[in-house]
Design a binder for this molecule. Structure first.
Ligand SMILES: COc1ccc(N2C[C@H](O)c3cc(S(N)(=O)=O)sc3S2(=O)=O)cc1
Ligand SMILES: [Zn+2]
Length: 262
């Protein structure tokens, strides 16, 4: 699966800083300036095929909570959109704030959202393992979906109900039959796409970002449960609430942001 403890253990609040990767000219996240995005008529609709039975576990990695999928076969895949190849779903996770005023990593014309969902996929046409793909510039594809506070999201509730069992860092529980497709907006044809990086260490510049124009809605109470998670493990005496787990925005460095809609 795609979350080796080695990499995650490198993570700590210090990485929040403007940790620029030496020679990094395609870092993420960024602000999407709508009027500067370029409509590309060659961009196709996204094709997602997610099998809920490939869902394996949910765990707190001390940075976010990850829902991990069995990525040993092409059962849950993403293709189309800006992608030339087929990509395998390995995990999804979220970023959120301590209040509803902020929390997303990407912004649209500087507009902040209270949270952002990332569905992480790796290029299984070109590579045989996630660990290989994550080092290559066409290795990963991450779908970003903005969350807004509003009506309760029925599909999300099953996930919210599992969070108290993984309050502390490194806690894991079995989690089956969850269809991540229920977290996508109804319209997945309208998106922005650009070449960037992981927003957490190792910050590798291997991500084709696909940011949905349409957001999803979750309730205030559902988001409050995200904030009940802890960055710290059960052994540590200082318990720190898991909030504001987003990276500071990075320079565009002349990159084009394309849109699939005009
Ligand atoms: C080198 O080994 C590894 C490299 C990366 C990872 N990952 C965990 C990261 O937290 C992380 C952060 C992602 S984000 N916010 O969508 O840019 S995607 C992602 S990950 O699942 O690829 C695991 C092992
Ligand atoms: Zn993320």
């Amino acid at each position: 699966a795609c979350s080796s403890k080695y990499v995650l253990s490198q993570m700590h609040p210090m990485w929040q800083g403007p940790l620029a990767v030496p020679g990094g000219d395609r870092q993420s996240p960024i602000d999407i300036v709508v009027r500067k995005s370029i409509f590309d008529s060659k961009l196709k609709p996204l094709v997602t095929k997610y099998d809920p039975h490939t869902c394996q576990q949910i765990w707190n990695n001390g940075y976010s909570f990850l829902v991990e999928y069995d990525d040993t076969t092409d059962k849950s895949t993403l293709q189309g959109g800006p992608l030339e190849d087929k990509f395998r779903l390995c995990q999804f996770h979220f970023h959120w704030g301590e209040t509803n005023a902020w929390g997303s990593e990407h912004t649209v014309d500087k507009k902040l959202f209270p949270a952002e969902l990332h569905l992480v996929h790796w290029n299984s046409d070109k590579y045989s393992l996630f660990e290989e793909a994550v080092m290559e510039d066409n290795g990963l594809a991450v779908i970003g979906v903005f969350l807004k506070v509003g009506k309760r999201h029925e599909g999300l509730q099953k996930l919210v109900d599992a969070l108290p069992a993984i309050r502390h860092k490194d806690s894991v529980v079995e989690f089956n039959r969850f269809d991540p497709g229920c977290l996508l907006p109804t319209n997945t044809d309208d998106y922005w796409t650009y070449h960037g990086s992981l927003t957490t260490p190792p910050l590798t510049e291997s991500v084709t970002w696909i940011i949905m124009k349409q957001h999803i809605e979750v309730s205030h109470d559902q988001l409050a449960v995200f904030r009940s998670l802890l960055f710290t493990s059960a052994e540590e005496d200082m318990q720190k609430s898991m909030v504001n787990n987003f990276r500071v925005q990075q320079p565009l460095r002349g990159r084009a942001v394309r849109s699939s809609f005009s």
